[in-house]
Design a protein around this ligand. Structure first.
Ligand code: CO
Length: 134
């Protein structure tokens, strides 16, 4: 059911340093920082030939990644995002399989303007998992 790996999101304590690392030493195509106030993050998109990396940095009070960075001060992988064709059908199938959907269970518009849902990490091999309808 899940399709392509859409992105790997990495929370970082220093966005400029992480962008410089990917642009410089790793030689990747790195975009400009974008504030996403609805999601409480500033994001830098990195385009790779087969997927994307998203560097996440807290924006504003109550950022969803602030607690993650407190526990992981050097930063780290925050979530994976898989593409699905029909997010409602995917949600209903996964709920029937016993996986928990975070929040109210309804898709929200994600950082790319498309509907997304998050699955509880304890139900997905310890990994916070995002589904994005493409
Ligand atoms: Co994401």
């Amino acid at each position: 059911m899940i399709g392509r790996l859409n992105h790997v999101a990495i929370a970082v304590p220093d966005l400029d340093a992480a962008a410089a690392l990917y642009r410089g030493a790793l030689g990747a195509e790195v975009g400009a920082p974008q504030d996403e106030p609805d999601h409480g993050v500033t994001v830098v998109f990195i385009t790779l030939p087969n997927t994307k990396i998203e560097l996440l940095y807290p924006l504003g009070e109550n950022s969803p990644i602030a607690a993650f960075l407190e526990k992981n001060p050097a930063g780290g992988i925050h979530h994976l995002c898989y593409e699905v064709e029909d997010i409602i059908a995917a949600r209903d199938k996964l709920k029937a399989e016993g996986l928990r959907v975070l929040g109210d269970g309804e898709p929200k518009i994600g950082a790319h303007g498309k509907p997304v849902l998050f699955l509880h990490p304890k139900d997905v091999a310890g990994t916070l998992t995002e589904l994005e309808q493409v």
